[in-house]
Design a protein around this ligand. Structure first.
Ligand code: SIN
Length: 512
């Protein structure tokens, strides 16, 4: 029996309680708003695990133009420069907004922001909190701010299962939770559900994040963009812990070096060395591991006994794995960390479906292109969460609910992780991607527990198979070069399914 929560009728609904979702709910206040969150508020979000911080050109030697140039260079020709310039231009305001909500960023002894350095940034511009605890500090402050606003109702333990539409517009959200299934009648839904690392065996994201927002939006008919671009962080701590713990790029920013098991500094001859763009470093480390080698971060000379002071959370994670990072080598390996693609949005966070807004990692605004510049994601989540909320507040209408579908089984991505990890990893080729499409299509078209995760993985595979070049985070062994013209790809689920069906029926025709 599905309960319709008439008491919340017409309120904007925010799905997710990471940075984008919390900022959106706070920006909507005092308009009565509902947050739907699968765990406790802020508990299952990658935002809270972010170590680095927020990129903002606040140093005396820096300006938004330099930040934009670094962003476009990392994005490898696929950023939307207008969108990127707009978001980067709001970085200072975003930091000030977070401070107003109580976030205390780290300062140097003269009272200025202590700015960190991360890969592919030409200047020190990472504003951080608690050393390497930036995400946790931000989420803590925003949760406290939400608790003070009586206009925000929080439904903890509820998971969004389907977006309800009537005549192509949003009219409600079907959720399941501890008290059973519920419907929130609303013509305004914001998805801020985070990333999709949970599709892979090796990830630094919460394992339960398989791209729920992408599946929800895709089923509602929304256009997706740049789905093939999955970012592998080069330096996850190579331990038994799952999900893998991150060893922030900021550690390399402080001078730590990458060495292999022979002690060779294999990045020494690459432009940018250890601080080359993330995709370049991830591929170099993968190559070392693929030849049977091992890779380590050596922070002994650069940080030594200071390691635990500058990076207390990472030091604790290393100690948990039996490593003293100030005096021993830290074993590292690449792991899925971020997804540049997602639900295509405009500059206000609106998707192609009327009444559906999307912000944070689940969105594809055009800021990141083929490869996200480090610490641009918390910036985007702050700016776009607030922009989407301001835009939502302009649209008010009373939803008219149509038929309510039955609730699908609880989604489970475990059964597809092997296929996704093997075929859609750091290095790709046509055979592997077609193998992924053939395995994923029947699951995506079915109605089992793996259907939603398989839809998301299938979208990655279809977009990846169509990009016959290597660009940013999408590296193909069969197409190692870039095409002359860089183009973002956008399509809806129906089109992707049709392409997948055609690809598999050709396989069938060939084998018959
Ligand atoms: C890091 O601290 O290395 C990660 C920062 C980011 O992913 O933006």
């Amino acid at each position: 029996m599905t309960e319709i929560l008439h008491q919340f009728k017409g309120r904007p609904v925010v799905v997710g309680s990471g940075l984008a979702g919390l900022i959106a709910a706070l920006t909507l206040a005092p308009e009565p708003t509902v947050i739907v969150t699968r765990g406790a508020l802020g508990a299952e979000t990658s935002s809270a695990w972010a170590q680095g911080g927020i990129a903002a050109s606040l140093g005396a030697d820096d300006n938004p133009g330099l930040h934009l140039a670094d962003t476009l260079a990392a994005g490898d020709g696929l950023c939307d420069p207008g969108v990127a310039g707009g978001i980067i231009g709001e970085a200072q305001d975003a930091i000030a907004l977070l401070q107003r909500y109580g976030v205390r960023f780290d300062q140097n002894p003269s009272g200025e922001f202590a700015l960190g350095l991360e890969a592919a940034h030409s200047r020190r511009r990472i504003v951080h909190a608690g050393g390497d605890g930036s995400g946790a500090a931000i989420i803590r402050a925003l949760i406290a701010a939400v608790a003070k606003r009586s206009s925000i109702a929080v439904l903890e333990g509820f998971e969004a299962r389907r977006i309800l539409t009537a005549d192509g517009s949003v009219c409600g959200l079907l959720c399941s939770g501890p008290t059973g299934d519920i419907v929130l009648p609303s013509s305004r839904v914001l998805l801020a559900t985070g990333g999709l690392g949970g599709l892979y065996e090796a990830t630094t994201n919460p394992a339960s994040n398989f791209g729920q927002g992408i599946a929800l939006a895709a089923r509602a008919g929304a256009v997706l963009a740049d789905m093939e671009f999955v970012q592998f962080h080069p330096t996850a701590l190579d331990s038994r812990r799952r999900p893998l713990a991150l060893v922030s790029e900021a550690v390399r920013g402080e001078g730590a070096e990458l060495v292999n098991e022979r002690g060779e500094r294999f990045m020494a001859d690459t432009p940018g060395e250890e601080l080359a763009p993330r995709d370049v470093v991830a591929r170099a480390i993968s190559a070392e591991i693929a030849r049977g080698g091992r890779v380590f971060l050596d922070a002994r000379r650069a940080l030594g006994p200071r390691f635990g002071v500058r990076f207390p959370a990472i030091a604790a994670l290393c100690h948990e794995a039996g490593i003293d990072p100030g005096s021993a080598l830290i074993p590292v390996r690449p792991a899925v960390h971020y997804h540049m693609g997602g639900v295509a949005t405009d500059e206000e966070g609106q998707s192609s479906v009327a009444g559906l807004w999307v912000a944070g990692e689940v969105a594809s605004t055009g800021l990141h292109g083929a490869n996200r510049l480090a610490s641009n994601s918390l910036l985007e989540a702050t700016v776009m969460g607030a922009r989407a909320a301001r835009n939502m507040s302009l649209f008010r209408s009373q939803p008219a609910l149509g038929d309510i579908p039955s609730t699908p089984p609880i989604a489970d991505s475990a059964s597809i992780r092997t296929v996704v990890s093997r075929h859609l990893g750091v290095l790709r080729n046509a055979g592997a991607m077609h193998g992924a499409i053939a395995s994923l299509l029947p699951l995506a078209e079915g109605d089992g527990a793996s259907s939603d995760p398989a839809i998301v993985a299938l979208l990655i595979a279809v977009f990846a198979s169509l990009r016959t070049e290597s660009r940013g985070a999408h590296a193909r062994t069969d197409f190692p070069l870039k095409q002359l013209v860089a183009r973002r790809r956008k399509m809806a689920l129906d089109e992707a399914l049709a392409i997948a069906r055609a690809a598999t029926s050709q396989d069938f025709a060939r084998s018959a």
